[in-house]
Design a protein around this ligand. Structure first.
Ligand SMILES: [Ca+2]
Length: 168
């Protein structure tokens, strides 16, 4: 007996492949995510505490809990001081979608918030000294970003930071 072979066999293999292509931008992504009905970017479809838009900006499926499944995507104040200043650390996609702006805001009283760093889509971060933005080398499709406070700890003992994502 030689090698097995199929001779004289004819047939047709049929396969159905469903490719969801909801189109560009958030709306298309929401369709791809299976969002039916209210696809508002401000909704929290899976009730994990993060708006749909945050999932979109971070490249996280709407079915995933960010706190549970992607804890690295939760911004946190870095305990290590940078040049005498506290810093906010977070992670974003290495190649973020181009219709999202990332904004880091700083406040000393939780009432007045000032944008201290901005990233528009794939563009580089923009910021004004003394605030510093230090992007890490991308790894596994994500990039860590450290944003150092505008004031040193001796200048300002209490400050608040938040990361916002915004549709362009
Ligand atoms: Ca959510």
């Amino acid at each position: 007996m030689g090698p097995y072979g199929i001779t004289g066999a004819t047939g047709t293999l049929r396969a159905t492949v469903t490719i969801r292509d909801g189109g560009p931008g958030y709306d298309g992504w929401a369709v791809d995510q299976g969002v039916i009905g209210n696809a508002s970017p401000l909704e929290d479809q899976n009730q994990d505490g993060y708006m749909n838009l945050y999932h979109y900006a971070m490249g996280v499926p709407l079915t995933s809990s960010i706190d549970t499944d992607f804890p690295d995507l939760v911004p946190r104040v870095d305990g290590a001081f940078f040049d005498g200043r506290a810093s906010l650390f977070f992670s974003i996609p290495e190649d973020p979608v181009d219709d999202i702006n990332f904004e880091v805001e700083e406040s000393f009283d939780m009432e007045t918030w000032t944008v201290v760093a901005t990233k528009e889509g794939a563009d580089d971060w923009t910021f004004s000294f003394p605030t510093l933005v230090i992007p890490e080398t991308p790894k596994d499709g994500r990039q860590g970003v450290l944003v150092a406070a505008s004031k040193t700890y001796s200048q300002q003992k209490l400050a608040y930071y938040r990361l916002k994502v915004r549709l362009k």
